[in-house]
Structure formats: structure tokens, C-alpha cells
Design a protein around this ligand. Structure first.
Ligand code: PMP
Length: 364
């Protein structure tokens, strides 16, 4: 088994590295003061250190269900929510419950999902156009996608495309895993309706507090109908019994006392500035890198016109203490690529400029 290339880069990074590699939220934006206040309240409750329900804390699930009802206009009850240890765990839970099923993934696709799928030895097919999906997906197979600000491509499906995907999956009686890791982190204040709004029967919608509060808490969730939740509960139990009681109670207390959407909007504004700064630097110093400015999320994705293999460039760049992620790791067949992903949320402005200038020199 191979480790994720990104986690290997993260290991190689030191205090001198200018890193555009990991998808790390900016630590200065973590709501530390508010979490500290909430933690005092939680520590007063002895059961915060006790075992708890596998499906997750009732009051936290209720609040997440309310997000769906109010933000996505998708009426949801707490019985349709299962708390996971980060949304990464959701891949394992769902795939183990659907053990015989093959997968269709976007190309490129989220590396963490690909590694979970590969370890579980699923047959993976990639798709490039929605029209093609109809021809390659079969009954009970699984379509995995990130519907907003995809990691890495930053692509966001239009409403028409969402409806079309839903129609195809319904017609083919296939499963949907819709990963919404970045859906709430948008720069325009507009939240799109998820694909599962148009096809709820065999769909799992994955959410996480990682990108909107703090990833170290490792709290995410799956939204699915009661029957599917019932089927996956045994797998969740087998993996870790339940997600950290303390961290769930901490988030619950935080959500009780704070308006999370105010916090998300503040983060999105900050990230938009960082994205525009990085994009300006790229246009000025790295004109051979072609990309579109994303409307949300944490990455700029594009391709180099003047090089063929972004992995070779990434290796050279790392020697000069600049890290980014070459796209071949996002393709399930690891084909050579001139594409690359740059994270803009976690690097200050001066360092961003310096890093882009170093890449400009290396690609001349
Ligand atoms: N899905 C996507 C698309 C991601 O980018 C990530 C994190 N990089 C995850 C899922 C996993 O997030 P977490 O386990 O922290 O919730």
C-alpha cells in the first residue's frame, strides 16, 4: 500500500517551506476564544468523557439536520444524520456497507477518497462528462463526487447538471456519495442545492466541520435516509464505536452560543482575498500556468503550458522549499499530468509572492 503523496509532502515540510500543498484551513481563523468558552461548559459535564451513542449526540445531529432544512431547503430529521470521525471516515463506513459495489469517480478526484476506495479494493471507473455517466454506471454501483469547489479541480456543477446526474442515477438505480466538504465555504454567499435534493433514495451526503470550524476536532457527518443510516450504523460501531464524545459536545456548545454562518462568512471573505492575491501573483509571474479563479473552497487548480510533468516540477520545487501538489496523484490511474493544485488559505501574502516567483524561475 502506498501512502498519500500529500501526507508525505506534509511530512517533508519544515518551517522554511513555502507550502501551497495541504488543504489546511488558516489557524488564525479558528474560533479559539469561543471554543475555549464552550469547552469550559463541556468540562463541567462528566458525561463529556464517557462513551456515547454510535450515531452521535442527539442535539448535535438535530442542529446538523436543521442546516439541511434551512440552508439547503432539504427537510431533514436527526434520524437521518450519523456523526463520523471526520468525513474521511464516511468513505470507509459507506463502502464497507456496500461491499460488492464498483465506483465511478470524477477525474481528477479527491485523493483521500481514492486512497480509501483503493484500500478497499474497489473497481474504479473514471468519467469525464455527465453524458458518459449514463453509459458507464450500472445498477447498485456508486458515483462519488464533490459537487461544489471540487478538490482538486474547483469545479462546481450547475443546477441543470445536478438534475441530470440525479436523473441518470435514478434511472440506473445507482448510489450517490455526494461530498460537500467545501459547499458552505463559498465566496459569493450563494449555496447551491445538492444533487441529493433531486435524488434522495440511494444517496449519502457528506459534511464536515473541518473546513468551517477546525479539522483537528475530527467531526463530520453523513446524511442519508433512515434505512441507509440503519445499514451503516453497524459499520460505524465496528470502526470506533463512536466519534469523540467531548469533541461532539464541544461543537454542540459552540453552535449553541455562536452563529456559525457569521463565522463561515468571515472565513470566506478572508479566503477570497487570499485567492485573489495568489491569482494576481500567478498572472503576473507565472503566465504559463492557466487557471480559472474559483468561487469558493481552498484551491487554485490549473495547468502549465510550458511543462509536461508537474510531478517533476513539484520535486524540484520542494528542493527549493516550495510545495504544491502535482495532479497525477488525483487521477486514480496516476497518469502523468501538467496540472497542479495550489492551496491559498494558509500562506501569508509575502511568502505567496516569493513562492510563485521561485516556481516562475523553475519553469523558465
Ligand atoms: N472530502 C474532501 C473533498 C476533502 O477535501 C477532505 C479534506 N481534505 C475531506 C473530504 C476529509 O475531510 P475531514 O475528514 O477532515 O472531514
Amino acid at each position: 500500500m502506498k501512502r498519500s503523496y500529500i501526507r508525505e509532502i506534509l511530512d517533508a515540510i519544515n518551517e522554511n517551506t513555502i507550502s501551497f500543498a495541504g488543504g489546511l484551513p488558516n489557524e488564525d481563523l479558528f474560533p479559539l476564544k469561543q471554543l475555549k468558552k464552550a469547552s469550559k461548559k463541556v468540562f463541567k459535564q462528566k458525561n463529556s468523557l464517557q462513551y456515547s451513542k454510535s450515531q452521535g449526540l442527539d442535539s448535535l445531529r438535530e442542529k446538523i439536520a436543521n442546516f439541511y432544512t434551512n440552508i439547503y431547503a432539504l427537510p431533514t430529521t436527526k434520524e437521518e444524520i450519523l456523526i463520523t470521525t471526520g468525513s474521511q471516515q464516511a468513505f470507509d463506513i459507506i463502502l464497507k456497507s456496500l461491499h460488492a459495489n464498483n465506483l465511478v469517480v470524477e477525474s481528477p478526484s479527491y485523493i483521500g477518497a481514492l486512497s480509501a476506495f483503493k484500500i478497499l479494493k474497489k473497481d474504479i471507473k473514471d468519467f469525464k462528462t455527465i453524458e458518459q455517466l449514463e453509459n458507464i454506471i450500472n445498477k447498485d454501483e456508486i458515483f462519488y463526487c464533490v459537487s461544489d469547489y471540487q478538490n482538486p479541480s474547483t469545479y462546481t456543477y450547475t443546477k441543470k447538471q445536478r438534475e441530470k446526474i440525479a436523473n441518470i442515477l435514478e434511472k440506473k438505480d445507482a448510489f450517490l456519495i455526494e461530498d460537500a466538504a467545501y459547499s458552505l465555504l463559498n465566496f459569493q454567499g450563494k449555496i447551491k442545492k445538492p444533487i441529493c435534493k433531486f435524488y434522495s433514495e440511494k444517496s449519502y451526503h457528506l459534511g464536515t466541520f473541518s473546513k468551517i470550524v477546525a479539522p483537528g476536532l475530527r467531526v463530520g457527518w453523513i446524511r442519508a435516509n433512515k434505512e441507509l443510516i440503519g445499514n451503516i450504523l453497524a459499520v460505524k460501531e465496528s470502526l470506533d464505536l463512536h466519534t469523540s464524545t467531548f469533541n461532539q459536545m464541544l461543537l454542540d456548545a459552540y453552535l449553541e452560543e455562536n452563529n456559525i454562518f457569521k463565522h463561515i462568512n468571515k472565513n470566506a471573505k478572508n479566503y477570497k482575498k487570499r485567492m485573489n492575491y495568489m491569482a494576481d501573483c500567478m498572472e503576473k509571474y507565472l503566465p504559463n500556468f492557466q487557471f480559472k479563479r474559483p468561487k469558493g473552497g481552498m484551491f487554485i487548480y490549473g495547468k502549465f503550458n510550458n511543462i509536461e510533468d508537474s510531478m517533476a516540477l513539484a520535486k524540484k520545487a520542494l528542493e527549493q522549499n516550495v510545495a504544491f501538489v502535482p495532479a497525477e496523484v488525483f487521477y486514480f490511474d496516476e497518469k502523468k499530468s501538467n496540472e497542479a493544485r495550489f492551496n491559498f488559505t494558509n500562506c501569508d501574502f509575502e511568502k505567496t509572492k516569493e513562492g510563485i516567483k521561485i516556481l516562475a524561475k523553475l519553469t523558465k
